[in-house]
Design a protein around this ligand. Sequence first.
Ligand SMILES: Nc1ncnc2c1ncn2[C@@H]1O[C@H](C[S@+](CC[C@H]([NH3+])C(=O)[O-])CC(=O)[O-])[C@@H](O)[C@H]1O
Length: 329
Amino acid sequence: MKITFDDILEILPETPIARLAEGLPEKIAHGLSEQRWANLKKWIPVVENLPDFGEVDFDLNAHDLAIGKNHSISEEQRQALEEQLKSFMPWRKGPFSVMGVDINTEWRSDWKWDRVAPHISPLKYRYVLDVGCGSGYHCWRMAGEGAQMVVGVEPSPLSNMQYWAMRHFIGANNVYMLPLTLEEVPANVAGFDTVFSMGVLYHRRSPIDHLYQLKACMKQGSELVLETLVVNAPEGTDPNGYSLVPKDRYAQMRNVWFLPTVETLIHWMQRVGFKDVKVVDVDQTSLEEQRQTEWMNYQSLKDFLDPDNVNKTIEGYQAPTRATLIARL
Ligand SMILES: Nc1ncnc2c1ncn2[C@@H]1O[C@H](C[S@+](CC[C@H]([NH3+])C(=O)[O-])CC(=O)[O-])[C@@H](O)[C@H]1O
């Protein structure tokens, strides 16, 4: 199957998010430019040559999407497919099961979805944006909840290939991933009914600007679902207004900037104009939720924590704890 954006370009003008189309072909070309990302030269042919097994069953409400669960292929075909899918390693966000190949990703992203989904407004018939959607795992689950259209924006070309690999087997099913950053989304879209930003805010150098950019995508009365790393204020420090900017790395990640307390995060969201801000979950990431697997064979959370104290990062900070907040525009 060829990677093509013709369908989304054709659909967009008829939707409340029509302004997303502005300059889109050029932005897509930039996002998937082989000059910028030499690996695309090897990845794109793998995607485009995935085998055609005809119509395949799947279940967007299953934790692994159960693609082709009732469709039998030969062991030889299964092994060849496994090899093709392994060319998109490391697989971080999932899991996925494709024609009997179980992609055991670094993250149990289904656990995050199970924590978030019970608290959000029903997605049925909604236009949904998932910012920094990774492999697109949550986008598929959002479509499973009946969304009218899910747009994932994700600058990582490898993550985009992982989306296309799933799409090859199951079709778009209202899910479209664009190889864009949030900053490339036009500032006047103002049409999404639900916007998710999960695991992105702490990567931004200007968290308040990130919140304004999310807001600019949203329709009046719509919902924001924000998930990000938080910290407790040090003993004796007022949590209101406190946020940690790590000296250097945080849990070995170089690109971590602001880790607010939950109180500070609420305040930031209110300052930007979000209403009814609710904290629906705070959860310390477990070693079972993020770990090395056969499909992600680099170091993982265990290696980023203090070997003598799993509640601290290797740098001595509070171990990764994520809060989910829901707010209305
Ligand atoms: N400016 C940006 N605009 C859009 N995306 C970005 C930007 N910068 C980084 N990203 C992307 O945001 C994703 C963050 S992961 C969360 C995945 C999923 N949401 C999850 O909640 O599991 C982090 C985590 O593991 O928490 C990466 O895929 C980046 O490429």
